[in-house]
Ligand binder design. Structure first.
Ligand SMILES: NC(=O)c1ccc[n+]([C@@H]2O[C@H](COP(=O)([O-])OP(=O)(O)OC[C@H]3O[C@@H](n4cnc5c(N)ncnc54)[C@H](OP(=O)(O)O)[C@@H]3O)[C@@H](O)[C@H]2O)c1
Length: 338
């Protein structure tokens, strides 16, 4: 079988595809023939050596995949060869086959295709974890979403709509205006408008109930300021450390140095909360499984419907990642391993 590897720190042109032997499902494991794998921003950071929890080089990235069960190891019950599944791969999803423990797969309903299935775990799982599980989003709430046109951003917009948010303010670059508005958000041009001002103006001076910030650095304090009394900020990324295809120590250092220290006394006085969210480091798999089951139900009811930006053959993985670096995606980018 073939798989993608990151041999060393580098740009997209450093990525290689290699042929290895077929995998074997051990006890308690399931072998999946991958049809689709999701590309996530974290994959770009790992390639640049900027992702703390990535394995040592060389390794195969890929947090999520959708495909068919090939076979199961001893002791696995309730899963059979031919079942359509979503696999939470951790790493290794950029491959024609993956092996995962049986508790890391969720069955994919027949009416949901592999594209939509692969688009769910990371983008929707993360948005759901922040806004619903931690944030307890209520009908009428107001929310600020950055990278609003991306994988997590578009998922957040749909989840907010499902739970009755009254206003979702989405920041993105100018060419994404139409898309962000079509997703039901109030578009904010992130280069030309002050999103803190817009949040205040549109909420009668109060600020929003929740903000999700994957930009990091000094941007975090601005998102914090956009909150109302009792508001919640979710810190879940550091895209400002990744300005282009190649690693920039300067950008990484600026992100790091700009990261604020939140004062607990000030937080107490304004009843604000700051959550740090890293789904890859969530210890309790059952929490994540629960999110996936809820999301699968929402998809079956038509409440959410992943927006697929593009599907690339896995041989074009470098171009697919460049597409994200170049900020061209609207929704999820997928790799086709079928
Ligand atoms: N902590 C977690 O568990 C977790 C899980 C999932 C995702 N995340 C984070 O959430 C963010 C979104 O992830 P995603 O996979 O859904 O990606 P995405 O939003 O689809 O990423 C691409 C978009 O990000 C925007 N962007 C902002 N700064 C960028 C930069 N320096 N380089 C390239 N694009 C940039 C661009 O949109 P504009 O044109 O609008 O700028 C681009 O189209 C990432 O920071 C990611 O690390 C964290």
């Amino acid at each position: 079988m073939r798989k993608v590897i990151y041999p060393k720190v580098g740009g997209p042109d450093s990525i290689e595809i290699i042929e290895v032997g077929d995998l074997v499902a051990g006890p308690g494991e399931v072998r999946v023939r991958v049809h689709r794998t999701g590309i996530n921003f974290a994959d770009l950071m790992m390639r640049q050596g900027l992702y703390g929890s990535a394995p040592d080089f060389p390794f195969t990235p890929g947090y999520e995949a959708a495909g068919e069960v090939m076979d199961v190891g001893s002791g696995v019950e309730g899963v059979s060869s031919g079942d359509r599944v979503i696999a939470m791969t951790g790493f290794g999803g950029y491959a024609e086959q993956v092996v995962v423990t049986a508790d890391r797969i969720v069955k994919l309903p027949d009416s949901i295709d592999f594209d939509k299935g692969a688009a769910i775990p990371v983008s929707y799982g993360t948005a759901y974890h922040m806004l619903i599980h931690l944030g307890d989003l209520r009908s009428g709430d107001t929310v600020l979403v950055h990278h609003a046109a991306g994988g997590v951003g578009s998922a957040a917009a749909q989840i907010c709509a499902t739970y009755g948010a009254s206003l979702v303010i989405g920041t993105a670059s100018r060419p994404k205006r139409e898309f962000v508005e079509a997703m039901g958000m109030r578009f904010v041009d992130r280069e030309r408008e002050d999103f803190v001002e817009v949040c205040k103006q549109m909420t009668g001076g109060e600020g929003v109930h929740q903000a999700i910030d994957p930009v990091g650095g000094k941007h975090l304090m601005r998102s914090y300021r956009a909150l109302r009394n009792g508001g919640k900020l979710h810190v879940f990324g550091a895209s400002s450390a990744v300005p282009g295809e190649r690693r920039s120590w300067l950008a990484a250092m600026m992100m790091w140095r700009g990261t604020p220290s939140f004062d607990p006394l000030k937080m107490m006085n304004s009843n604000k909360a700051v959550f740090g969210v890293h789904m890859g480091r969530l210890k309790d798999d059952q929490v994540f499984r629960g999110h996936l089951e809820s999301l699968s139900g929402m998809m079956l009811k038509g409440q959410i419907d992943p927006v697929i930006d593009s599907v690339w053959r896995f041989e074009q993985v470098a171009d697919a990642q460049r597409h994200m670096h170049d900020r061209k995606n609207r929704g999820k980018i997928l790799l086709d391993f079928s």
